[in-house]
Design a protein around this ligand. Structure first.
Ligand SMILES: [Zn+2]
Ligand SMILES: [Zn+2]
Length: 99
């Protein structure tokens, strides 16, 4: 078999470098980061996967982006929880049953 023949073989695995661990991985072991759109491997050490609603693909965040947006992300969650808490307090304090 010639080198060209070997190169054009369709079953030849494609290796892509993971953005987090810098290792070459097979395409099927990789995911695309939803934030920077770079390839990252499926391992927990390399990315975080967040389930998405409405049958949309899961949100994948590589370690690189996770560090960058972690503070922002936390802030969003904290704000939502705070608003929920405020709502609850308000509801309880304004609830007067007619009797
Ligand atoms: Zn990796
Ligand atoms: Zn990323």
């Amino acid at each position: 078999m010639s080198y060209n023949e070997l190169n054009t073989m369709s079953s030849w695995p494609v290796f892509i470098k993971c953005v987090s661990c810098d290792k070459n991985k097979r395409e099927k072991y990789l995911l695309e980061c939803s934030h920077c759109e770079r390839e990252v491997c499926k391992r927990e050490e390399c990315c975080s996967i967040f389930p998405n609603a409405n049958n949309k693909p899961d949100i994948v965040i590589c370690k690189d982006c996770e560090i960058k947006i972690e503070n922002k992300f936390r802030l969003i969650i904290d704000c939502n929880q705070l608003q929920l808490l405020k709502k609850k307090i308000k509801n309880n304090s304004t609830y007067h049953p007619k009797c």
